[in-house]
Ligand binder design. Structure first.
Ligand SMILES: *[C@@H]1O[C@H](CO)[C@@H](O)[C@H](O)[C@H]1NC(C)=O
Ligand SMILES: *[C@@H]1O[C@H](CO)[C@@H](O)[C@H](O)[C@H]1NC(C)=O
Ligand SMILES: *[C@@H]1O[C@H](CO)[C@@H](O)[C@H](O)[C@H]1NC(C)=O
Ligand SMILES: *[C@@H]1O[C@H](CO)[C@@H](O)[C@H](O)[C@H]1NC(C)=O
Length: 590
């Protein structure tokens, strides 16, 4: 090797070079954060769509020059809410190998990774291929499980019996309830197997000790209190634990532990932890063994003082390690029953970071881990060891380097975030149905706001007949308050309630005309909203509220129709539970 001293000007060059490297590193970190937060690589990416600010005139309720109360909600002849068929049998499991190989291709080739259309097509039409009921039905394994026949269905005050293990769903939130919380909870209620699911909402309580009581008093959350009472929702105070229990033997399997044993020959006490009783022994950095043989991860005083900014990155790993189940960010809207994914033994999974090809590039917006497992212990310990850094791609690469990523399934974006491939590195094959090229468009209800929205739709053209009849009906209602037989047929269209006795059906505003409607009715129904995906990830691309007749508005109408007893859910079920008030109307659109 050449070991000559650098020339005299070398030091300055070296300084320049180091500065340059530092600047590059900084830019990289900023970009990674940006991509993480927005899901797009461009630093100039658009934020959420602009809201309309036009205030309606007093009592007139005008929106783009028409009366919103007369606006037809849809063009579709008859909305098919039950397009998923029957809910999967309570014992159904998913074959991860099939889901991965069909949507990814081979491990090295990743031939299908970018083709989300084909992945969704498979998920929609080939349940028979990737769902199976194991010979030893999970419902038959627990002595305390009710049989499928004897399990009580949910009712107003009782959540019902699950014939089999109950699955835990976790999410994390800071601050008061908002529309996002409502969308998340309602989509959960609309799609999941209610007696067999519990939703734990972890509220940041390290900085806000009253987070749970505050949420119980939150006016927006009030509509869900009957579900807290019934047990569907559990508000949990998130406080970073000082000690985390480990299952026996987990440490011995941890490569970092074996390595440290080999290199140091002995384990030193972690500095900073001063008040440990005699009865416990340090067996590895940050790990103690108690007298009773139990092993614990122990955070130092310093770590407890400087908790990470990205607490939510850590919460999911720790909560799943302690309780198991699935974690979802609050900006994930559920579309399908998750149970078959969670019932599968070794249900350890997360999604891929967009269409990154690295096998360690996980995204943890949707993640599942077996509680108290060797893998969950390894991941939690790894994050703590790296300075409480639980960024998914850091943790993921660590797991990959240590040869543990095979235990941690990586699902493609089609399963949980079907449009992520549209960004940055592009998709292959056809666009999805609907075709989105931007996260913001799900909020938009203006005419033509989503370019080529239906470009991949191959189904029967959607009829506009009911919409025409509805307009006729409305004009008739305004003429005569008597009921007509046609009115009864229109129930599935979900028209805003028109009071028989109301004389002034324009409510002081202009009569309805499509031409003047800023948010006209359209073809959108949940049936064509990323069929096959288990969820849609909003990626924090939030507008304040969805515009009328936007995709999210369509979802809201489906949720509310179900929760208020006028519509069925995607599995053809009726809501059996307390009455849940509808989403608020937002004055910005009146
Ligand atoms: C609803 O959609 C599903 C799946 O596309 C189909 O099997 C079912 O027959 C449809 N129901 C009606 C009433 O059209
Ligand atoms: C899952 O699919 C793989 C690949 O097709 C197959 O080899 C395996 O037997 C399946 N597992 C189950 C439990 O059906
Ligand atoms: C995990 O282990 C801890 C300590 O051993 C125990 O308290 C807890 O109940 C276990 N959790 C689950 C979900 O098994
Ligand atoms: C209705 O759906 C068809 C696809 O069948 C599409 O071509 C058409 O543009 C849609 N109309 C509206 C108003 O969205």
């Amino acid at each position: 090797m050449d070991r000559r001293k650098p020339p005299s000007c070398g030091r300055f060059t070296l300084l320049l070079r180091n500065l340059f490297i530092a600047a590059l590193a900084y830019a990289f970190v900023v970009e990674v954060l940006h991509v993480y937060q927005t899901g797009t690589i461009s630093p100039f990416s658009k934020g959420p769509p602009k809201k309309s600010t036009g205030k309606g005139s007093k009592g007139g309720s005008l929106s783009g020059g028409v009366n919103w109360r007369l606006r037809p909600a849809t063009l579709v002849e008859s909305i098919n809410d039950t397009f998923m068929g029957k809910r999967p049998d309570v014992d159904t499991c998913a074959n991860y190998t099939k889901l991965i190989e069909t949507c990814r291709g081979s491990l090295n080739g990743l031939e299908k990774m970018r083709n989300v259309y084909d992945c969704l097509d498979y998920l929609t039409h080939h349940e028979d291929d990737y769902f199976f009921v194991p010979e030893n039905r999970p419902s038959a394994t627990g002595p305390s499980y009710k049989s499928i026949e004897d399990a009580a269905p949910p009712s107003t005050h009782h959540i019902g019996d699950c014939p089999g293990p109950v699955q835990l769903y976790h999410t994390y939130w800071t601050g008061p309830a908002t529309w996002r919380v409502e969308l998340f909870v309602k989509a959960y209620l609309y799609t999941q197997n209610i007696p067999c699911s519990r939703l734990h909402v972890w509220l940041e309580s390290d900085g806000f000790p009253n987070a749970v009581p505050d949420m119980m008093k939150d006016p927006l959350f009030a509509k869900f209190l009957p579900l807290v009472e019934r047990g569907d929702l559990v508000l949990k105070a998130w406080k970073f634990p000082r000690r985390i229990p480990l299952p026996k033997g987990a440490i011995a399997e941890d490569p970092a532990y074996t390595k440290s044993l080999a290199s140091k020959g002995s384990i030193r006490r972690t500095s900073g932890e001063t008040r440990s009783p005699k009865a416990e022994v340090y067996i590895a950095e940050g790990v103690v063994r108690m007298e009773d043989g139990s092993e614990w991860l122990v955070l130092t005083e310093r770590q407890m003082t400087f908790l990470p900014v990205a607490v939510s990155d850590a919460v999911r790993f720790i909560v799943l390690h302690l309780y198991g189940g699935v974690y979802m960010d609050m900006d994930v809207m559920l579309l399908r029953d998750m149970r078959p994914l969670l019932l599968t033994p070794d249900h350890n999974f997360a999604e891929r970071w967009a269409v990154h090809s690295h096998p360690g590039d996980y995204n943890t917006a949707v993640m599942s881990l077996n509680a108290n497992s060797s893998l969950s212990s390894y991941l939690v310990r790894g994050g703590i060891r790296m300075g409480l850094n639980f960024h998914p791609r850091i943790i993921g690469r660590m797991a990959w380097k240590d040869g543990r990523s095979e235990e941690f399934a990586m699902f493609e974006t089609g399963l949980f975030d079907p449009i992520w491939g549209e960004f940055n590195w592009g998709r292959e094959g056809r666009c999805t149905v609907p075709c989105f090229r931007d996260y913001g468009v799900a909020f938009q209800g203006t005419k033509g706001a989503i370019k080529d929205e239906w470009e991949s739709y191959d189904g029967e053209p959607l009829s506009e007949r009911v919409y025409q009849r509805e307009l006729e009906l409305r004009s008739r209602v305004s003429d005569s308050p008597s009921s007509s037989p046609e009115e009864a047929e229109l129930v599935p269209v979900e028209a805003p309630a028109m009071e028989r006795g109301d004389v002034d059906v324009t409510y002081g505003g202009k009569p309805y005309t499509v031409k003047e409607d800023k948010y006209p009715p359209n073809n959108r129904t949940l049936e064509n909203f990323f069929r096959g995906s288990w969820s849609y990830h909003i990626h924090n691309q939030w507008a304040k509220h969805p515009q009328p007749n936007s995709w999210f508005d369509v979802a809201q109408k489906a949720h509310d129709g179900f929760l208020r007893g006028t519509r069925k859910n995607v599995y053809g079920e009726s809501w059996a539970g307390p009455d849940i008030p509808a989403y608020d109307r937002w004055p910005e659109f009146d």
